[in-house]
Design a binder for this molecule. Structure first.
Ligand code: ADP
Ligand code: MG
Length: 309
């Protein structure tokens, strides 16, 4: 089934003007699409531009140039419909300490014009596991609970797209798990999720597709599966007493990085080739191997390589 795109971003730029002489180009010609029903992760180090992107979608920051369509609505022409289509969970925790979660959700629903009979406060509280705290002061909630309350607030108008900016920053492991469960169960109900994170493993665990942002540039955009395939790549260095003649098609997925009279560096896919086949191949040419070292490329490597300045 071909899924339609629910978010289009075309040539998006954001320039902050600090003062007359200093500007920050926080988003540089960003192009991306998000498909209906997927969990899309925007990954990048601090300062990459993730929040800037989210804030533009949320309407709390104004883009410098470019086009954005959300749920079929153009951000410039139909900002209200765009706002109604998304629920945004901001990076900063800002919950009023003197209201209970239930009260806060009711207030938020009022703000969005959701009629009393259409409110789903209890369902939402259940979804984010805050039913037991529904009537407590919000100030008595733990950090993780507050974070989940922010998620709940973003859901009162039942938006088809939920956007979370660094949802697990400062949240402990146990609560992080709970938060992911909430996000996953939302997604199972058909909600498209867009989240930002600077934790690689997190993105890897939960996202269908990942965009890597660095210094305002989108340096990678692919399915998590494809990004992980790069992890399958093994890099091996052989120290030798002769140059290997390597014109052989039998060595599946082999890629020669360096080949000299005393050193051979290759990469290959772990699933397609075993190191023993390589060793046999070299031995057959009567070349002696004096040392072998291997290294795994992993998503961390891919990330570091892509985000190196
Ligand atoms: P991230 O969320 O990926 O950490 P941000 O979008 O917050 O990144 O920031 C991207 C860049 O824009 C940073 O250099 C940051 O200092 C700058 N920036 C963010 N918000 C503002 C602002 N309101 N005014 C000026 N510069 C800003
Ligand atoms: Mg941020």
């Amino acid at each position: 089934m071909i899924k339609k795109n629910v978010l289009y971003v075309k040539n998006l730029n954001k320039i902050y003007y600090k003062n007359r002489s200093k500007t920050i180009h926080a988003l540089k010609n960003l192009n991306l699409e998000v498909k209906e029903g997927e969990i899309f992760g925007l990954l990048g180090p601090n300062g990459a531009g993730k929040s800037t992107f989210i804030n533009i979608l949320a309407g709390t920051s104004v883009k410098s140039s470019g086009e954005i369509d959300v749920w079929g609505f153009n951000l410039d022409k139909n900002p209200r419909q765009v706002r109604a289509s998304i629920g945004v969970v901001p990076q900063e925790i800002n919950v009023d300490p003197f209201f209970s979660p239930r009260k806060l959700l009711e207030l938020q629903a009022g703000l969005y014009g959701v009629k009393k009979k259409d409110r789903i406060t209890d369902t939402i509280l259940e979804l984010v596991s805050l039913k037991n705290q529904a009537n407590s002061y919000s100030r008595s909630l733990s950090g993780g609970m507050k974070r989940r309350l922010l998620v709940a607030k973003a859901l009162v108008h039942q938006p088809p797209i939920v956007i979370l900016d660094e949802p697990t920053a400062g949240v402990d492991v146990e609560l992080r798990k709970k938060l992911w469960e909430s996000v996953k169960s939302l997604n199972k109900q058909g909600v498209t999720i867009i989240l930002t994170t600077h934790y690689l493993l997190e993105a890897e665990e939960i996202c269908d597709r990942i965009g890597i942002l660095n210094n305002g540039n989108l340096v990678a955009l692919d399915s998590t599966e494809n990004l992980l395939k790069k992890i399958q790549t093994k890099i091996v260095t052989f120290l030798l007493n002769g140059k290997v003649n390597i014109f052989d098609k039998s060595l599946n997925s082999l890629n020669i990085i360096y080949n000299s009279a005393d050193k051979l560096i290759v990469s290959y896919e772990r699933s397609k080739l075993h190191i023993n086949e390589l060793i046999d191949f070299i031995n057959k040419q009567k070349i002696k191997i004096s040392d072998i070292s291997t290294e795994d490329a992993d998503l961390e490597d891919v990330f570091v390589r892509l985000t190196k300045n």
